[in-house]
Structure formats: structure tokens, C-alpha cells
Design a binder for this molecule. Sequence first.
Ligand code: GRF
Length: 216
Amino acid sequence: MATPRKTRVAVLISGRGSNMVALIEAAKDPTYPAEIVLVLSNRPDAAGLARAAEAGIPARAIDHTTFTDRASFDSVLDAELRAADIDLVCLAGFMRIFTPSFVAGWAGRMLNIHPSLLPLFKGTRTHKQALDAGVRLHGCTVHFVVPELDAGPIVAQAAIPVRQGDDPDSLADRVIVQERRLYPAVLALVASGRARLEDGRVVIAESAPDGALLSL
Ligand code: GRF
């Protein structure tokens, strides 16, 4: 029997790309249901571009500063993704807001990782927001992307305890470890069809390992 085609994934970054590296590493497993075929950055100086190229993945920048408006940047990005026959887009530290029409074109096929337990602490400086709020649990979330920032249906989360004496950097150091575990696990679920968006909610198949996400 022919092997089913792997889900073709593009990872979008703006910075160092450590979540991107985690996805690339996971996808090296021959049984992994997705392959990372393209890395794009809106910033030519993103350190992650070189890391992707080292891993043999086509990686290029589409410099957003060379566009006069958001829609024209989004349409070039969209054309690149479609030219590469991308099935699923993973945002990994991609620091650009999309136009609603770009998001609509990738509805149910675009994931983001956010460094907080959504719906708490949207936007930036999430670790400081968590400390200021005095929460005892913090973490990260992978969600489908919708036009509203950090508001899409949640696929999975990983939590860490907030310790006495934590500062934003120490929290970030522990959350990023969980991000790099959670994102490859979620991509596998979505790429294999075991997690999908149905009527705006995430449905996880019975066959997905029960509690596996909670124990991440
Ligand atoms: C991560 O914390 C991600 O959740 C946030 O930006 C950071 C990117 O880190 N959106 P990296 O570029 O993946 O190392």
C-alpha cells in the first residue's frame, strides 16, 4: 500500500527559532506525520533562518519593511505558501499580525504557540503579566489562528508552577522547555488528523493517547 503523503508544513519565524528547531527535529522521525518543507521570516536578520538552512530546509525572508501595507505583505506570503504546496502553517515566534483575509485563507490550517495559558495573558511580555497577576500556574498554549490575536481554539497546553523568586527570565526559561515539547506533539496530532477544528472547536480523536497532552 502506498504511504500516505506527509503533511507539508511551513514554519514562520521572526527570531531565534528554537520552536522551529524542535519541529524540524521531531519531523526527522520517519513515522512523524508532517515534514517541514519551508521556513519563512518577516525579518532578514532572524537567527532561525540560518538554523533552518543548516538543517537543509529552504529558508528565506520576506522583509515586511519593504511593503507599504499589511495586505501586500500578506499576499506575497500567501503566494509563497501556495507555491510550495503547503498544507499547514506553524507560527513559531512570528511577530506580525495578519489581515483577516489571510487568516481566512488558512482557517483550520494555521497553528500558533503562545507563551501563556490562554485565554490569560495575550500579547507580549506574558511572563511579566503572569508575575504581576500573581498566578501560581503558568505555561504555554498551541491554538488554531483566528483573526483576533491569541484568541483561537486551543489544541493543547502545558503548565509549570510559578516559584517564589521567579522573574520574567526564569519563567521564560522554564516555559520555553515546555513549548519545545508541546508544539511537536500538537503538530503530530493535527497533521495526522487526530485533532481538528470542527465548528470552531477543537475535536481530539478517541485514538489520541488519553491524557498524553496533560502529562507533557
Ligand atoms: C516563544 O516563546 C513563542 O511562544 C513566542 O515567541 C517565542 C519564540 O521563541 N511567541 P523561539 O524563536 O521559538 O525560540
